[in-house]
Write a protein that binds this ligand. Sequence first.
Ligand code: AMP
Ligand code: MG
Length: 495
Amino acid sequence: MTTTSHPPLTLEHRFADELPELVLPWQAAAMPAPALLAANGELAEQLGLDAAWLGSEDGIAALGGARPIPGSQPVAMAYAGHQFGGYSPRLGDGRALLLGELTDRDGRRRDLHLKGSGRTPFSRGGDGKAAVGPMLREYLIGEAMAGLDIPTTRALAVIGTGEQVVREVALPGAVLVRVAASHLRVGTFEYAARLEDRGVLRRLADHAIARHHPDAAGAERPHLALLEAVAMAQAALVARWLHVGFIHGVMNTDNMTISGETIDYGPCAFLDRFDPATVYSSIDHGGRYAFGNQPGIAQWNLTRFAETLLGLIDPDTDTAVGLATEVLNAFPDHFRTAWRAGMRAKTGLRDDRGEADAELFDALLAVLHEGRVDHTNGFRSLSAVLRQGRADAADAQLAVAPGFDAWVQRWTDRLAAEGVHPQERAAAMDRHNPRYIARNHLVEEALSAATAGDLGPFEAMLAVLRRPFEERPGLERYTEPRPDELPAYRTFCGT
Ligand code: AMP
Ligand code: MG
C-alpha cells in the first residue's frame, strides 16, 4: 500500500552543493496532461521505491517535475564537448535536468535525471523537448543493455506530456526519467578545465574519484590514477559493446561517462550482418563512429580527458604529459585484454593464450564479414555446432560462409586441447551469446506503434530483451535477421 504519510522519495543534491559553478538551478516545464507510458518496476525496486507509487498521480507529478520532491534542487548541468572531433565550449543540459541523487538498496549513489523537460539556459536553438519515440527507444535499448549485463544508465519511467513537439512532423511529447551512476562526462571536465577558477576542476576531479573510483584517492598521484581508472572502465565497456554488436553512434566526449556506463541512446543500433564499417547514424557522414572505430574513438576521447587533468597530475607540464601518455598508450592493451576475455566466453575457450587466441577470433570475424552473416545469430549458433558435433548445425548464413568449415576445425582442435565437456561448454557459451537483441526493424515497428498509441509491441519487446540469453518458444520473430528488401537502416540524433 502506498497510503503512507512518509514521502516515498527524497533526494540529495550533493553535486549541486559541491560544484555550484557547474550547475544552474532550473525547473521542469509544466506538462499539460502527464500520463505514464512505461515504468520500470525492477529498477524502482533496486532504488527502494514503491513501484505502485511510481504509477500513482503523485509519483507521476513528482518524477515529471510538476511537484517538488523533498530534498530535490533541480539543476541544468554545464558541460562542453568534442562533437565529431570539433570542440563546442558550451553544451550543457539543453533539455534535461538533474533532480538530485539517491542511494539505492546496495548503497550505491544514483542520479535521478529528466530528459525532455523543457528549455534551459543551455538550449541554444532547441525546444528543450523530446518525442515519445526516442524516449521509449532510450528506455528499450537501456534495458536491453542491462539485460546483456553491460553497464548502462537506465530509464525509470517515460511520461507522456500530452503536448505535441514539432520535428519534421508534430509528434507526441514525452519526458524520460533516467537513473545513472552519475552524469559526469568527459565534457564536464572539458568545461571545468577552461574556467578561470582552477579550483573547480580539482573539486570536480576529487568528486569523481570519491564517487566512482575511490581507490584512486590512495594512489601516489590520484588524478593520474583517475585517468587510468576511467580508461580501464571505458576499455571494458567498449569491449562489451563489441561483443554484442552495439554501435553507440555518437561517441562525442559529452556522451562518454566517467563512471563507465553507456549513456545517451540516440542514434545507437545493433549490428545486423557483421561488418566493422557499419554506420547507421544519418549524421555520421565520415563514419567516425562506425562499429569497428569505437575502441579508437574511446582512446581519442580519453586523450581529451587526459588533457584536462594535466595540471592536476603534475605542475611540470612535460612530466604530466609523459605520465598521461603512458596511461593512454596502455589503452589498446586494456581494451584487447577485455575484448579477448569476452571472445573466449563467446567461443567457449577456457584457457587464456593471449594474442594467440585473438588470431582465432579475428579469423572467425573475417568469416562472418565475408559471408555477410548476422552477428547475433552467427555467434549464438556456435553452441549448436558443439552440441551436434558438426559445422552445418550453425546458423544458415554462417554454415555456408566461405572458410567456416576450416575455422571450425581449428576451433575444435583448440577446444579438444582443453578437455571440457562439449555440452557444458555449449551451455556456458549460451550465457554469453544473446539469442535476442534489439533488432532494428523491430525497434522501429514497436516505436511507430507506440507513437500511434499502441504500447503492446514495445512491452512485448521489452519482455524479450530483459532475458536475452534464454531461448523461449514463440519468440522466433525476434531472431529473424533484418529482411534484405528493407531500405538501409538509418538512425537519427537528438530527436
Ligand atoms: P545529444 O546529441 O542528445 O547528446 O545532445 C547534444 C547537446 O544538444 C546537448 O547539449 C543537448 O542538451 C542538446 N540538445 C539536444 N536536443 C535538444 C533539444 N531538443 N533542445 C535543446 N537542446 C537539445
Ligand atoms: Mg548527450
